[in-house]
Design a protein around this ligand. Structure first.
Ligand code: SF4
Length: 287
């Protein structure tokens, strides 16, 4: 078997989950604002340690420990939590924090702020709150942005998971119309590195297993990319979902894991594949 590298948790998710584990050990009970990770097996493990997920900050009991996930939250939410005496455990990814800070800086400097990203994504919603004044979210599927008359200074930041090509398209579209354009590249390479890796691997194996949550957008993207190459692709959430018939006729198997797939699930899959190979039951071979 060959792994697509990098695999599994990105830096920001690893850091956030490690911070959460430390705080669960310390406080016993921790409330998380929104699901900390899109992986149900990992969520079940964290729940067993004392995690409770809530969606609305008003549901946090006073003086409770509250975890902020890697996507971050708005300054107003942090203030309202501080107001009720919450112990705030901030798992905001430093790359997301940078996008928030740049958006705040641009709006304070008098720029209209454009955020390239999905308007419904919590990361984008939080970045938007940091940009006071004129701010627009630009849909990556339609990056052309008509600059309104009277607006001469435009500042641009991006949701961390967007593609650099899309950001370039937006910049060139805006540059044609505004007098002054200031751009901060706030894209993180963790997502694109995993996508490029799975595309490369798909060309050299007979089949790819992608392990990751069915509710994980970044895992779904890996599956989509792998399928597009024509390589048979199996999407599983855990090693127990492997279908032995799927291995028939395949000699080389590639494995990819989403940025929200924990190491322990990857290791379980690796072990199961290794023991299946040694038993020579499933008809596949290592490289
Ligand atoms: S994908 Fe990048 S920005 Fe998002 S949590 Fe991971 S490291 Fe941070």
């Amino acid at each position: 078997m060959i792994f697509a590298e990098p695999r599994g948790f990105c830096f920001g998710v690893r850091r956030a989950i490690s911070t959460l584990e430390d705080s669960l050990a310390r406080f016993g009970k921790v409330y998380a604002l929104g699901s900390p990770i899109h992986n149900s097996q990992e969520i079940n493990r964290l729940r067993s340690l004392g995690l409770e997920i809530i969606e609305d900050p008003s549901d946090v009991p006073s003086k409770a420990a509250v975890f902020i996930r890697a996507h971050g939250v708005s300054g107003e939410t942090l203030e309202s939590l501080a107001g009720k005496g919450s112990i705030i455990i901030d798992g905001t990814c430093p790359f997301v924090r940078k996008a928030q800070e740049k958006a705040a800086f641009l709006s304070e400097a008098g720029y209209m702020v454009l955020i390239l990203g999905d308007k419904d994504h919590p990361e984008v919603q939080a970045i938007r709150q940091f940009a006071r004044g004129m701010v627009r979210v630009v849909d990556p599927a339609a990056v052309s942005f008509p600059v309104e008359s009277g607006i001469s200074k435009i500042g641009i930041v991006s949701q961390t998971t967007q593609r650099k090509e899309t950001l370039s398209l937006l910049v060139s579209s805006v540059t044609k119309m505004a007098d002054e354009v200031r751009v901060f590249n706030t894209i993180c390479d963790a997502t694109s590195a995993r996508q490029e890796s799975v595309a490369r691997l798909a060309g050299s194996v007979d089949g790819i297993i992608v392990i990751g949550g069915k509710n994980s957008a970044n895992t779904a993207k890996l599956v989509e990319i792998s399928k597009k190459t024509g390589t048979p692709t199996l999407w599983i959430e855990n090693d127990g979902e492997m279908e032995s018939g799927w291995f028939r006729g395949k000699r080389k198997i590639g494995i990819a894991a989403g940025a929200s797939t924990p190491d322990w699930l990857i290791h379980k899959l690796e072990n199961r594949l290794a023991s299946a190979k040694s038993a020579r039951e499933d008809g596949y071979e290592d490289d």
